[in-house]
Design a protein around this ligand. Structure first.
Ligand code: PLP
Length: 369
């Protein structure tokens, strides 16, 4: 397979997944529902029924009650709502992992940052030391890192939070649809999810609460979502998200994990250094440094060759700046030389083979100077 100029190969699924067919279909059906779910007439009831079925299906995936699912505009809003409700409104001290997404870091600028080791794993001893002082705390930890794919020690963190009476909020954005969460270990945590990260439409997400409780909303509006998030819900997007969750949770990711591992070997042979080989990580993610070559140069060369990858987090306005995640892992200048390759759910073996060749070509051209 060779990419063409107007049909490059997409390897940036952690920025946004490819839309799943069932999600597309569900969005189209949702767009055709004329009523507002808050209206009492026939069309309103029809929309309400579709909304509540989606809510029930999403909540039951997490083994929670239907009413514990609060729909939002995405994970940025879900994270902000959790910080607001359980942190600021309850006057809790906020502890966050140093490699959290900006959705958490920027919404809690005064938060205490918990360090990670060179593999990107949270230092649980530091977390314990903070929690031991008994200050009411909200702890925010991501399930899987968007840049490296590294999985957090969620079960241990959840146990610590339970032992010391802290609230736990999990940014589950990148893990959903790719790996199962151990739900019993995190039964009292809130979770942020985002539709477009598992093959649903962009602009929709949810905060999944531990139970059906009132929380301080970020905006009240018409009292929708049981007063927890005002505003008419994005019905079509919500239906698409529910469909994508179902479809993605049925996918076997082992073939993709194998393709990723194969590609990792090719890249290593070509001079790239994998940042997370052999670590517990998402099956689709590869984070590689090409020593001495800026991520920007690599992105441009690969883009010209017809491959879409990213450097650091691509969520922020097209900027290529050194990643706070890799800095927190102590990579120093290598942090600016790392690219992320994240395979979408429908990647094919020949695309990976062709990308491996393109990566080799790139390193050879760079060597020749
Ligand atoms: N949290 C993580 C870990 C993410 O990767 C992202 C997006 O990249 C977000 C939160 C924000 O999600 P959304 O695009 O739905 O606002």
């Amino acid at each position: 397979m060779h990419p063409s100029i107007d049909s490059p190969i997409y390897l940036d699924a952690n920025a946004t997944e490819i839309l799943r067919p069932s999600a597309r279909q569900a969005v189209l059906e949702g767009l055709d529902m004329e009523g507002n779910p808050s209206s009492v007439h026939y069309y309103g009831r029809q929309a309400r029924q579709a909304l509540e079925t989606a809510r029930k299906n999403i909540a039951s995936y997490f083994q929670r009650d239907r009413e514990s699912c609060v729909f939002t505009s995405g994970a940025t809003e879900a994270d902000a709502l959790a910080l607001h409700a359980f942190g600021f409104a309850e006057k809790r001290r906020i502890l966050v992992g140093a490699t959290e997404h900006d959705a958490i870091l920027q919404s809690a600028p005064g938060a205490i940052k918990l360090p990670v080791n060179s593999q990107g794993l949270l230092d649980l001893d530091v977390l314990r030391q903070y929690l031991q002082d008994g200050v009411p705390s909200l702890v925010c930890i991501m399930a899987a890192n968007n840049e490296t794919g590294i999985l957090s020690p969620l079960e241990d963190a959840a146990r610590l939070c339970r032992d010391y009476g802290a609230r736990l909020h999990i940014d589950a954005v990148q893990i959903i649809g790719r790996l199962a969460l151990s739900l019993t270990a995190i039964e009292s945590a809130s979770l942020a999810i985002s539709g477009h990260k598992f093959g649903g439409p962009k602009g929709v997400g949810a905060l999944i609460l531990a139970e059906d409780i009132p929380i301080a909303p970020l905006f009240t509006g018409g009292g929708q979502e049981r007063g927890r998030r005002g505003g008419t819900p994005a019905l079509a997007n919500i239906l698409g998200m529910a469909a994508a969750l179902k479809e993605s949770s049925q996918q076997n990711w082992e073939p993709i994990r194998n393709l990723r591992d194969k590609l990792e070997l090719v890249i290593q042979e070509a001079g790239g250094e994998s940042l997370n080989a052999g670590l517990a990580r998402l099956p689709n993610t590869l984070s590689v440094v090409l020593p001495g070559v800026s991520a920007q140069t690599q992105l441009m060369m690969l883009d010209l060759a017809g491959y879409c990858v990213s450097a650091g987090s691509a969520c922020s306005s097209g900027k290529v700046s050194s990643s706070h995640v890799l800095q927190a892992m102590g990579l120093g200048e290598k942090a600016g030389q790392a690219i992320r390759i994240s395979l979408p759910w429908n990647i094919q073996p020949d695309a990976i083979e062709s990308f491996g060749k393109a990566y080799r070509d790139m390193t050879q051209r760079l060597l020749k100077g």
